[in-house]
Design a protein around this ligand. Sequence first.
Ligand code: PEP
Ligand code: MN
Length: 276
Amino acid sequence: MSDLKLVGKSDARVKTTFKAGNIEIGKDFLMIAGPCSVENEEQIIQTALKVKEAGANMLRGGAYKPRTSPYDFQGLGRRGLEYLKKASEITGLPFVTEVIDTRDVYLVAEYADMLQIGARNMQNFSLLQEAGRAGKPVMLKNGLFSTINEWMNCAEYIMKEGNEKVLFCERGVRTVETATRNTLDLSILALLKQYSHLPVISDPSHGTGKIYLIEPMSLASVMAGADGLMIEVHISPENALSDGDQSLTPEQYRCVCEKVVKTKQFYDSLQFRGKI
Ligand code: PEP
Ligand code: MN
């Protein structure tokens, strides 16, 4: 890990916090919620209002979607960004949204409070560099088959461009297990907290792909030291244009939030920290 000059933890840099909208990431526990995709104006505004009421402090929603099939819904593009902005202005929630193309980085950065680099683009080095130059905080997900060293080096690419505001998001990796969509690796999340001063959150929605695993994995993520959670929430999961199978209803999300708050209070009350 010797080449991780900027990402690696040192005596001078133990824990980094930074602002995204009105949230101090790394200090305020981050609760990102919203649909996989922005589908229309009404959907994102209604979802934003409901997740805020339930306990979210940041909105999510994809306007540019990296889909396995080219025939699947690809997102609303710029129109999606405009709807997200409107939902954000109505609720006061800052928002994060994915950018998948180098050419769109500055456009997305004009609207979003934080850029998301998704799993499929983790090692898209030109996208990482462009995102690093755009000035907004960047949430970097781990790739489907990546090692912790590869992942941290991708964050190094962003920071090398002068952007100190990088957030890791553990979204699971592919393993031999097929009963879950991915394997949410909480040992890697805890290890990142040892290796890097940057904040780390967990995405149990993509990490498991199963609505009934989101609550237990959310609570486990808090106990592993996560700085926040990203959870997919849809006002009508059965009609979602993407990831409906793993999307919670706002009511289910509210129940998860209540338990997360209690678990975080318990975690903060414990004395143990760091290496044993
Ligand atoms: C998403 O957040 O909707 C997404 C596509 O995530 P990932 O890159 O983790 O698959
Ligand atoms: Mn999704």
